[in-house]
Ligand binder design. Sequence first.
Ligand SMILES: *Cc1c(COP(=O)(O)O)cnc(C)c1O
Length: 358
Amino acid sequence: MKRQINFNAGPAEMPAEVLHEASKAVKRFGSTGSSILELSHRSKEFLDIVEESKTLVKQLCGIGSDYDVVWMQGGGRLQFCMLPMNFLDAKVGAGYLDTGHWADEAQKYATHYGKAEVLASSKEGNYNHLPEWPKKIPASLPYLHLTTNNTIYGTQWQTIGDSSAPLVADMSSDIFSGKRDYSKYAMFYAAAQKNLGAAGTTLVVIRKDFLDKAKADMPPMLSYKAQVKENSILNTANVFGVYVSLLTLRWIKEKGIAAIEKENKAKAKLLYDALDSSKVFVPHVKDKTQRSRMNVCFTATNAKQEKAFLELCEANDITGIKGHRLAGGFRASLYNAIELSSVERLVAVMAEFEAQAV
Ligand SMILES: *Cc1c(COP(=O)(O)O)cnc(C)c1O
């Protein structure tokens, strides 16, 4: 079967080069006589994979030795749990910005462990915009949590306001998608299945002074201190997943973040321009300064057209365009691996649909 253009939100389309290298490693990994799937997580080879990935993450983020980098399992959601478990208790409460489903989930998970105050929310507009950055963020908060890109509703913080409290960000759906001052964050994390590899591994980057404040008396699996100390191999690591993320990091470095950003801007502009001039499709987010370059959400003016459009996409080998069940409509996820030509193809199919519909 022909390779489809995959606009899925995650797991998402991967760079062809990464798929090629990963499949080679499944048969035989490097100079070893084994498959990567047979490689011990305590082997020298895996240690090298971890070291190179940590170095690349720091280089790409422009951060230094004051940060620790660790690979964990459990996806984005385990971080929703671990963060409050490590930093909150019944008396100490953190701040959360509620900008979408994942941001809201992160805050709800935190309420199991301590106070988690919503300092700003855009829920009332079905998350079709970002709230104003809070005027006053108490320095006494152990952290302020935000979601840099809202995968389901298609908004993205292009600029971040000031905070006297340590900033912690869920960057699952826009890490390495463009230039960003990563040194503003005390901690950030990203489940790999969007912009950073395959499902099953999560990148966590944590500044040492912030890590110092984490609780020590914790079951090791759930303790940032223990995970960092054990260098991503506290338990049997997701060896293959981390390797696929390393291949993705190499691919990102080869392209360069500046070139990736330029491409991502061009891809998003092409699609938003088509939506803004369309009589059939309507973008979910109106404010151009808040639109996500990663997840473009839109609906059809006439709900009856939705099925027909999905069928036309399918006939054109375009998949993964259906919106999240919470948001409805359509969503095209334009992560780093999606090429401009794929977006051109989608826009052409939209134009064809529109010509038939009006
Ligand atoms: C996909 C996503 C998650 C959920 O990740 P899981 O690995 O499925 O737990 C969390 N946050 C954001 C911003 C996401 O896009």
